[in-house]
Ligand binder design. Structure first.
Ligand code: ZN
Length: 124
């Protein structure tokens, strides 16, 4: 892969990362205590009336799954950025062959080629 393409992807990843972090910050905060999960979801106090607690619980579980999703994206982005740093970006982690650039353009966090991905999905 040429440097220009990698630079473009890197810029995109950094922009994505900032967006994901911003979304995460809306309903969770990064834990600073070592040993705690990296993020925790805040429970919004909707009210004390009957039914409010159910609303809070529903919102909490929504946030929790969204938080998991965002945290996963963050990890994927960090992984891709690390591969760029290491110079291994664009190489399939399973078969070590170059990943199709069109695939990377569509999904810059891809770490496996289409063929390996297919094999993997079929196995599951
Ligand atoms: Zn592969």
């Amino acid at each position: 892969m040429d440097k220009m393409t990698i630079q473009t992807i890197k810029d995109q990843l950094i922009a994505d990362r900032a967006r994901v972090e911003q979304e995460l910050a809306q309903f969770s905060h990064r834990n600073t205590n070592p040993g705690d999960p990296e993020f925790s979801v805040e429970i919004k106090d909707v009210g004390t009336e009957e039914g409010d607690n159910a609303a809070e619980a529903a919102q909490y579980s929504d946030n929790l799954s969204m938080e998991e999703e965002l945290e996963k994206s963050l990890k994927d982005i960090d992984g891709a950025l690390k591969m760029i740093e290491d110079g291994t970006y664009g190489t399939c982690k399973y078969c070590k062959l170059p990943i199709d650039e069109r695939r990377l353009a569509a999904r810059p966090t891809s770490s496996s080629c289409i063929q390996c991905k297919k094999t993997l999905t079929q196995e599951m």
